[in-house]
Design a protein around this ligand. Structure first.
Ligand code: 9MR
Length: 330
């Protein structure tokens, strides 16, 4: 590893923690990069409901425990992702042994039990949780359709926060979503949070996922979003940042290597966004990048399987990219 490369989280020591995702493979292949540059981690998938509680009688904590322990041993903060999500919510949660739908009360009871068990299991080793993820719709309806909404109604959101707070009042509780800073979806997320706060629901922060691309997104949009939430007195984290070199619906691209021009545009995006994050350090409690090197990113399978993308700060061999340099020199 190049010792001349500054530590990213070292550079940001006076600003906010800098995070990345971890999973088994990343920890075994990239632990040097992770421990040098990041002081916060988010298990990528291991804390999701279907991973921890895939069926009624099975609980699997081992995978998540290993990752949380990796964070603890390296003095890192650990973010918990995620307690309630429309995705990865196993069918058994909503049905009985015969496969018939169960009542609202039963689902609420199961949710409370689940949140209580998981939040207590990790205790203060997880300092903040994404309690509810992506509950707001992308279209012109308000809530995203989900089993949670269908069985419990919109109250599932506040109930989840209340259950998590009851399980451990010490930890920070976040609502997490993508495009939460933009357009009509941003307005809906804002009004959801405002409503929760007005009813004294224990929500402490908004996670702006930050899945950007150099075609559609503009870093400047972040400014007004940050100010808006700051006025509510709530904290923010950028929880899943990456910057695709393609437009989000660009399915057909067959580029073998990213061009210098694309990498420079990407670097400019990161530079401007981080300039804004630094300016608002009093509101921003952390910035997490959704990946370590371009060798592994969920964007390789989105929007279509196998289309390579290069959205992160380090290239496939672990060398810092222009994007990295643009956020450590200011
Ligand atoms: O990066 C995650 C990928 O490995 C999983 O297959 C996928 C489904 O569980 O989730 C990805 O992470 C998502 C995160 O949990 C929530 N926001 C969107 C992220 C990218 O899809």
């Amino acid at each position: 590893m190049n010792s001349k490369v500054p530590s990213l989280c070292g550079v940001y020591k006076e600003y906010f923690p800098i995070g990345t995702i971890v999973n088994d493979e990343l920890v075994s292949k990239d632990s040097e990069l992770i421990t040098k540059h990041f002081n916060s981690i988010t298990p990528e998938n291991e804390l999701k409901l279907n991973k921890i509680h895939p069926d009624k009688d099975t609980f699997i904590f081992e995978e998540a425990d290993k990752l949380v322990d990796f964070g603890r041993r390296n003095n890192m903060l650990v973010r918990g992702h995620v307690l309630v999500w429309h995705d990865h919510s196993p069918e058994w949660f909503f049905t009985n042994d015969k496969g018939e739908k169960v009542s609202r009360e039963i689902v609420l009871g199961r949710l409370q039990e689940y949140i209580n068990l998981v939040v207590k299991h990790f205790g203060n080793n997880i300092y903040c949780w994404d309690v509810v993820n992506e509950a707001i719709a992308d279209d012109n309806t308000f809530y995203r359709p989900s089993k949670w909404l269908e069985t419990i109604g919109e109250e599932f959101i506040e109930k989840a926060f209340i259950f998590a707070h009851e399980a451990n009042p010490d930890i920070k509780l976040y609502y997490n979503d993508y495009n939460a800073e933009m357009g009509e979806k941003g307005d809906k997320v804002y009004s959801l949070i405002k409503g929760l706060l007005s009813r004294d629901v224990p929500v402490h922060g908004v996670g702006i996922q930050g899945h950007y691309d150099i075609v559609f997104h503009k870093p400047e949009a972040l400014k007004s979003m940050i100010e808006r939430y700051a006025d509510l007195g709530i904290k923010l984290q950028i929880t899943e940042m990456d910057v695709s070199v393609f437009g989000f619906d660009d399915r057909n691209n067959t580029l073998q290597r990213p061009t210098t021009e694309l990498l420079e545009r990407q670097a400019e995006f990161y530079e401007k966004a981080f300039e804004i994050f630094r300016e608002y350090k009093s509101v921003i409690e952390g910035v997490t990048i959704w990946g370590v090197t371009d060798r592994y990113t969920w964007k390789d399978d989105f929007p279509v399987n196998g289309r390579k993308d290069w959205p992160l700060l380090f290239d496939e061999s672990g060398e810092p990219k222009a994007a990295f340099n643009s956020i450590v020199s200011f």
